[in-house]
Structure formats: C-alpha cells, structure tokens
Design a protein around this ligand. Structure first.
Ligand SMILES: O=c1ccn([C@@H]2O[C@H](COP(=O)(O)OP(=O)(O)O[C@H]3O[C@H](CO)[C@@H](O)[C@H](O)[C@H]3O)[C@@H](O)[C@H]2O)c(=O)[nH]1
Ligand SMILES: [Mn+2]
Length: 616
C-alpha cells in the first residue's frame, strides 16, 4: 500500500505569500513531471488568524488552487512564554519575525500523513530530484529527522528543509521541550536541533544514548543562498548540476523590494522570479490584482486558543473579485510587528560595501579635499547624525565624509556635486510598503466560513532505523539559466527607483565593468540601483569574500598589511597614505583593485568598526 506522503510549507505572515505561491507552483510542476501528483499531497500550514482574518478570499482561492491541503494551526501553547525566553538569542539573529517560526513544531502533529517533507516558503526546488528524498528516507523512523547541514554551524541542520515522521508522542515531547528550553538561535532551527540532533548534546555521556537522530542529507537538497564563501568556491561549479533545491535564507527574500533593487546578482533569484511570474500569469494575478497603496494590514497572531491543528477542505466558493486589504489600525501594520527589517535611516551598509571597492588612495585624498574644501557637504543630510568632535582621531576625520552613501558614490563617479544626500531615508522607508502592494491585495478580514474539521491524531508505526547517507544523486540536472528580473514590473510600482537609477547611473556602469573584469564573481556583485538598505548580513558575506580574495592574491603580504593596520591605528592622515599619489594621477574610479593591493589599504583606512559610531 502506498504511503501517505506530503510536502508541506508554512505561512504565518502575509509577506511570505509570494514564497508560498512560487514554491507551491514549482512543487506541483515537478510532482506532475514525476507522475506523483496523486501520491504526494501538498500541504500549507497557515496560522488560523492569518487565514481567517487577514487573507482575502482571492488569496485563499489561490492558495487552495496550489495546495491540496490547508491546515490551520494555532500558536503553540505558551508560545508567548517561549518567545520571551528565546528573545535574547533571537536578537542575535536580528530576525524578530522568526519568533513565531517555533510553530514548525506542529509539523509533527500532521499524523494524517506518514511522512512529511517540510520546505520553508523561501525555498525553490530546481528539479524533480528533490522528490527523491522520499526514497532515500523511506525507512525513516519517528525519532529521526532528515535535514542538510547548516552553513552557519555545520554540526547543526538547517530547518528549512526537513523530512520527518509525524507522531503525536514526538509532537508533544517536542512541545514540552520547547517550553522548557531556550533555543540556540531563539527560533525553530535551534530548538529542533537541540531536540533531534545528537551533535547538540554537549554532555558526552548522554550523547551516547541520545534518543533521537539527525540523518544528514546532502547539501544539494538545501543549498542556502546568499553564501558567498560557498558560491565562490569551485565546489559550487562542481556540484551545481546536482543541486535539487535552493533556499533563500536571511532577511531579504527574492520577492522583497530590497532584493529587486539591491540584491547581489544571483541567477537563482532570477529563477525564482521566473517561477513566480509563471504562477502569476497562469493565475491571472497581475491582471486581477490592482496595485494599491495600503501599507497596513494585520498580520498579528492573536489566536491563542488551545486547539492544536485544524484542517479545512478546499475552499469551494468561486474566486471573488480581488479584494484589497481592509482598513487596519496603525499599530497592526507589519513593520510595527517586526516583520519588516527596521528602516535604516543612514545607508551605512551600502557605504560599507562601497568602500570595499574604493580606490583608497583616491578616496582618502578626495575626502581630505572634501574635508578641507567642503566642510559642510553633509550638512544637508539629516541622516548623518554622527557627532563630530575635535577629539576624534584623524581616522575618523578621514572616514566621516564616507558615511553618507551618496557621498561615496560621488567619489566613484567623480561627480560629487551631482549627487545629493536626499532621499536615502525616504527611499528606504518606502520600500517596505511598496513591496507589500501585491500582498496587500491578497488580504482582507475574511468572512469566509470554511469547512473546518479537527484533524485526527494517529500514532504511526515505527520503521526500522536507517542512518544512511543520502548524498547520492546520479541524475544530472540542467544548468540554471539566467533570466530577466521581472519583479519590478510585477510587484510594485516603483517610482523612486527610476529616479535613483538615473542618479547613480555611473555607479552602475562601473559595476558592470567590474563584472566583466571579474568573471566568476558575478553572483556577488550588487546590481546596484539604490544606495540604501543593504544590511549587515549580506554585506558581511560580501566583505568576507573580498577579504578572502585579497588574502589569496596578496599572499606573503601579511607584513605590509599589518603595518598598514598600524598606520590606521595611528590615524594616518590622507597625505601619508601609502602610494601618496596626487589625486589627478589616480585612475578615474577604475575598479583596478585586482591588480593592486588596495584592499589591504582599505582595511587600513576603513576598518569595520569605523561605522559603529553611526549605528544607533
Ligand atoms: O514573517 C515570517 C517569517 C517566516 N515565515 C515562515 O517561516 C519560514 C522560516 O523563516 P525564513 O525567513 O525562511 O527563515 P530563514 O531565513 O530561512 O532562517 C533560518 O532560521 C529560521 C529560524 O530558526 C529557520 O526557520 C529557517 O529554516 C532557517 O533557514 C519561512 O520560510 C516561512 O515559511 C512566515 O510565514 N512569516
Ligand atoms: Mn528559510
């Protein structure tokens, strides 16, 4: 008899709807292709309040067309207390919106299925090869979890792709565990590892008899991106044809406006966009959903009833005329509830990125000139609130003009006067709302009364244990092709963008030049239209990669580097910089860093912590 299998994903806030749609669409395509549409169900786990109170009938209809089962879930019992206890660790992640991801623990309650492949809604299977997980893990037992290693700490698994055996006992054990323990990362990934993963047992004695087991899947089933270190390595080229699934980890998802404007070029983002556009086209979303400018919607999860899991059958009513989000109280909007990255009034992160590519000799002399000749250049930038005291070291004198990103871009373009400091903050703050314009149209306080039945909780029989390696993959997958990014057209009308594109046209030119020159790094080079909103997370990847590259290229130059660092600590003045070239002789903002060791100088002149004073 065939097993009851399901592929499940999770939705607890409306801003992940595009992910849920694209994923469902893609999964359906591959189920069809593999001839498994009838044997594997697709299941959306969605919080009751989101589904009933926030999503529009149109959104529900779309969800029902993509997923064969929609399972409504309430927050875990005492979830608030767990979230509270985990808040400190979660703060380290800078992802407050993930506090509710603990609800993934409800996956083990899906006992109507014998085995569930859970996929985060920010994942994208690339081919039907991911379905092989059901074969690889066919002998899985309820005490095992199948998952790939997390790149952040490879002794732990990433909880964005997990294969599991639903089981009432495991479910309640896990939920008790969540109540009593603090998660390593403040969210589901940490606690699931602590519960299932033998590696997380730090007591060697107990480890021997650890009751559960993480069965490690091949990374090709959950290739997380961005991950500069990994992608830049030859391993990416080597394994690329075998990748079955991409996972867009981190704060910026392919559907977010930030990604559309700023994201480091990534073919997988393009691919996600293709799938999403395909979904929209097939479902007439673009035509049917008007763009409106409502910013607020209620995504809060208020239903704390004890009901564990409820299942609704397919919504049978016809698709209603598209409805827009209902009026909401100001306090309920997504930004207030922490589901959007907090706006960053000073585009420090872009600056951080930008300075990585600045010819330091030029930038310093330029800054020195600016300091001398244009002391008030930044006066108009109300974001640049950093106090400047006479006591500050000379390195701060060097750095300060760099902080507003547009000033830095001016250095690139050699047209400092043509770039203003206006608009950074405004632009950044508008991005969140623009990004939601589609989503908002998929929300409403619903009056739809779905057939709801309490889901039965069945015990599952235990399968013989297998700790087999699942890394096999003999099926060569097609190369991923690049495509145009259509998201700007489709998600939001973005009037700010064109203005900024114009403003920074020359920066774009330079970056394209760099891309051409630096083959193999394309994935990591921002397709920059904006100078704001790049966050630490991704710039850190970027910086790390650059440092790596420099290390490789400048082998044996450690001494020069350390002396450069000393210089910096002593507060070297612009005139004392290594090359000492006069400004006119310097290349006109060519990205000639490859041929030089300027990055080591950048390190000297732009130490990471130089920006800290402005980060409030
Ligand atoms: O506001 C939100 C946030 C998350 N989700 C759902 O929860 C999943 C997890 O969040 P995600 O943004 O994908 O987290 P990651 O950036 O992937 O971060 C890592 O850390 C998370 C917290 O431990 C884990 O849940 C992830 O699997 C792991 O990859 C999403 O895919 C969605 O399905 C929402 O519906 N709304
Ligand atoms: Mn994820």
């Amino acid at each position: 008899m065939s097993r009851k299998l399901a592929i499940a994903t999770l939705l607890y806030s409306a801003d992940y709807l595009p992910g849920v749609f694209a994923l469902g669409h893609q999964v359906n395509k591959f189920l069809e292709e593999a001839g498994k549409k009838d044997s594997i169900q697709t299941c959306l786990i969605v919080t009751t309040s989101l589904f009933n109170d926030t999503l529009s009938g149109f959104a529900k209809d779309l969800l029902n067309s993509v997923y064969t089962k929609i399972v409504l879930v309430s927050p875990l019992e005492f979830q608030d207390e767990s979230v509270q206890r985990n808040s400190e660790n979660l703060a380290l992640l800078k992802r407050p919106e993930l506090s509710a991801a603990l609800i993934k623990a409800r996956l083990w309650e899906l006992t109507q299925f014998e085995q569930v492949l859970y996929l985060d809604s920010d994942t994208l299977p690339l081919n039907k090869g991911f379905l092989r997980l059901f074969d690889i893990m066919s002998k899985q037992n309820k005490l095992q979890i199948g998952a790939a290693a997390d790149i952040g700490w490879p002794d732990m698994f990433n909880s964005g792709v997990m294969i599991l055996i639903p089981d009432a006992g495991t479910a309640s054990g896990l939920q008790d565990y969540i109540l009593e323990n603090t998660s390593i990362d403040g969210s589901d990934q940490g606690i699931l590892n602590q519960f299932f993963n033998q590696n997380c047992c730090t007591d060697e004695l107990i480890k021997e008899s650890f009751p559960r087991e993480w069965v490690q899947l091949s990374f090709t089933y959950n290739v997380t991106t961005p991950n500069l270190g990994y992608e830049s390595s030859p391993a990416m080229n080597y394994f690329k044809p075998t990748i079955k699934l991409i996972h867009f980890i981190g704060r910026h998802k392919p559907w977010s406006l930030w990604s559309q404007k700023n994201f480091i070029k990534n073919e997988y983002h393009d691919q996600w966009n293709e799938v999403y556009n395909e979904f929209k086209k097939e479902n007439g979303v673009e035509v049917e959903v008007p763009k409106v400018g409502i910013d607020d919607f209620d995504d809060t999860e208020n239903d704390h009833t004890k009901t564990s899991t409820e299942e609704i059958s397919q919504v049978s009513e016809p698709a209603p005329v598209p409805e827009v989000a209902a009026t909401n109280t100001p306090g309920d909007n997504i930004e207030d509830s922490g589901n959007e990255p907090p706006s960053n009034p000073v585009p420090l992160d872009f600056t951080k990125w930008l300075t990585t590519f600045i010819n330091k000799d030029y930038s310093i002399s330029q800054q020195a000139t600016e300091n001398d000749e244009q002391p008030n250049e930044n006066d108009g930038n109300e974001n640049n609130s950093s106090p400047r005291s006479d006591q500050e070291s000379s390195i701060n004198d060097i750095q300060e003009p760099v902080v507003p990103s547009n000033d830095v871009s001016a250095q690139y373009t050699n047209e400092p006067q043509e770039h203003t400091n206006d608009g950074d903050a405004t632009d950044n703050t508008t991005s969140g709302s623009e990004q939601k314009s589609l989503i908002e149209n998929l929300q409403e306080p619903s009056t739809i009364n779905n057939d709801v039945s309490v889901r039965p909780k069945n015990e599952n029989g235990e399968h013989p244990k297998e700790s087999g390696d699942s890394a096999d993959d003999s099926n060569p997958e097609p190369e991923q092709k690049n495509s145009m990014n259509h998201m700007q057209d489709s998600i939001a009308s973005n009037t700010d963008l064109s203005e900024d594109v114009k403003q920074h046209g020359l920066i774009d030119d330079n970056i394209q030049y760099l891309e051409k020159e630096k083959e193999g790094y394309e994935e990591f080079l921002p397709d920059v239209h904006e100078t704001d909103a790049i966050d630490d997370e991704e710039t850190e990847f970027f910086d790390d990669g650059v440092e790596e590259a420099v290390e490789g290229e400048n082998e044996g130059e450690g001494k020069a580097k350390s002396s450069a660092a000393e210089d910096s600590q002593e507060g070297a003045k612009p005139a004392e910089c290594k090359s000492g070239k006069p400004q006119e002789e310097l290349p006109n903002f060519k990205f000639d860093w490859e041929a030089s060791d300027y990055l080591s100088k950048v390190e000297r002149c732009f130490p990471d912590d130089i920006f800290e004073y402005a980060v409030k």
